[in-house]
Design a protein. Sequence first.
Lengths: 353, 353
Amino acid sequence: MQKSKAKPDRKTWPAKGRVTVKDIAKALDVSVATVSRALSNDPTIADKTRERVLKKADEMGYSPNLFARGLITQRSRIAALFVSNITNPFYPEVVVKLTRRLQALGLHTMLFTSDGTSGVDEALPLLTQYNPDIAIVLAATMSSETVKKCVEGRTPVILFNRYVSGANVSAVCCDNYSGGRLVAETLAGAGHKAPAYISGLDDASTNVDRLRGFRDGCAAVGLPEPAVISGRDFTYEAGYIGMKELFAGKSKPDAVFCGNDIIAIGAMDAARRELGLSIPDDVSVIGFDDIAMASWPSHELTTVRQPMNAMIDEVIIEINRLLSQEDSQPQQRFLPGRLMVRTSMRLKEDDAR
Amino acid sequence: MQKSKAKPDRKTWPAKGRVTVKDIAKALDVSVATVSRALSNDPTIADKTRERVLKKADEMGYSPNLFARGLITQRSRIAALFVSNITNPFYPEVVVKLTRRLQALGLHTMLFTSDGTSGVDEALPLLTQYNPDIAIVLAATMSSETVKKCVEGRTPVILFNRYVSGANVSAVCCDNYSGGRLVAETLAGAGHKAPAYISGLDDASTNVDRLRGFRDGCAAVGLPEPAVISGRDFTYEAGYIGMKELFAGKSKPDAVFCGNDIIAIGAMDAARRELGLSIPDDVSVIGFDDIAMASWPSHELTTVRQPMNAMIDEVIIEINRLLSQEDSQPQQRFLPGRLMVRTSMRLKEDDAR
DNA sequence: ATGAAAGCGCTAACAA
DNA sequence: TTGTTAGCGCTTTCAT
């Protein structure tokens, strides 16, 4: 029944048995400050002491509590990653590769998903709760309002395959517009006469830019305005149905450019199975992304390859820039795609021209 | 130069401008405890007060700092999710769906990836730093040592499509063994005579169980021991090469069961392109997973469907169990797969029997 | 080069 | 029903 200062022996507390700086300090009979300094490579500490601490910490199986650290440093070491598009295998691959790179940077990936329709905004409240050091948005729709909130909340945002012209946000994109033009030019060069386009999600900027580039390209090389099947989704079904619609009309296309590879594969299947067409003799099909599947013998899809690794590199560079200098301005980078020529596109000029 | 208690006006501090409980308390002239109680739906607070606080909090754009909360409650509200297998589209889909469910439970997904070879163990130190409430491992290799460390660290682990017999870990799996048997029985029923199997990763438990089930099934129904192409990876290439090898020998199989769908698709492509075979007339091909692609017209793959949604449901149930009762024992659940019959398998009995 | 002490934002005893 | 206070584990002045 002593009163004393009554701090010790609060052993009923949670604790969960993890080793803390205090434990190390006690074991070595130094102060917690010293332990902290040793762990954070503070130069103002004796080498011997540092070594002793580090050794002991290792022995005791110490692992820092990043919650506590983050609370004081105001840096969470968390990167928030938003994804919605999952039917396209391109993005899962980006998620995995990016996460690995972030891990190497000491950043932990917190993943947020949403269904395709509602975009990413609904996850915003979740985001703020952990105060991530950076937010990365993968080709998902994020309203400019949400973007603004992030910026206000001092969380730098990097958009991947999206950009917002006005807003103060970094972006790393494949140059979708040029990709679209490239396809138009190539098709013209191979003597195609009747271009068409099957859209993914109508208002996705990737889709908009690819189509715009394709249209402009067609005009520039003297091709007619492409027929456009508009807006379901970036899915196999969209391509399948789109292709059928395209050939239901009176004027048949001789080349179909698709919003992405998955759509293109759906389109090819429809052409072969439903329309009895042969590819590329009756119709050329071109995709976008160059996912692994595109090069499989069953598809052999000619497509615009997104420079995924280079894009990821850019994201990492941008993160470093944003996190190192306090007031670095957001920056937008556009990387060119490259046409991967395979057998789904007719190459020779035929009887044309 | 006053000394005083000198707490106020530490305005040079980080702060980052976020609204805290203290701000709300000040604005309403109540104590922070009251605010905290209102926010956490503590029953011991006056309804009026709660409403006032909630309203004000909303007005001020308050969002709790989960670092601080986690520090005291010892619950991070974080679920660690480990993935390595990315070539198989089954798992990205699980990741996205699972994440959405976890979000609904108020759990944030922290994603860890590793390359296929090294398994998941390397990420363990990262894990402990945030003290997740639960760890979920998706079909990745996690050494029993790592599992043990998690259990010791009081972090419950749920394996998805993996299990460890001895260890104290929960698991939710497709019943891969029965799936393998089912395939053998079906093949026999359709008059096949010469079964074969193309492996994924040799030591992956999914692969091992499917093969074991297939072997046992073949024996049970009087089919010969299946020829086995062993162990590259769960990839298209593995299937492509495996199929070629299978037909390089003297005895040709008339039915090839594959470690998963991607392998099966690779095998079919090889059969058609490299071997000039027709499917299913010359050889039947059966996969495992039933990914979206399997039902595409270009593949029409007969396959064992994993009950993905039911499996995810089980994971959620298990999480709730583990997190609610303190000392709930880990539990292993095996869910049966279902054969999806498509045209890649010959159905009629032929001249057989 | 080291220690003492304050405090990040929050919750949970314990009082009142 | 509410306020006071201690403290989660850590970093960081400020002394020494």
